[in-house]
Ligand binder design. Structure first.
Ligand SMILES: [Zn+2]
Length: 72
């Protein structure tokens, strides 16, 4: 089952960034996923499969995530 990612999702990864933070914001979607470190603000591009392997949990979901949105 493919991992569903949305812009502005906050991800927690298994391996901490050198700055000590494990939480990242999704800033770009595509074959490569753009992530911005919440600790130091650095941006990285990771292949989607790498993100799937490193993902520990979602801290929060972005506004485009349809799963838990209330009907309007
Ligand atoms: Zn960092």
């Amino acid at each position: 089952m493919p991992l569903e990612l949305y812009l502005n999702d906050i991800l927690r990864l298994r391996k901490p960034h050198p700055c000590g933070s494990t939480d990242w914001t999704v800033v770009r979607l595509g074959a490569d996923i753009g992530l911005r470190c919440l600790g130091c603000g650095r941006r990285v591009l990771l292949p989607r499969r790498t993100v799937e392997k490193r993902l520990k949990t979602f801290v929060s979901r972005g506004p485009e995530y349809p799963g838990e949105s209330e009907p309007e």
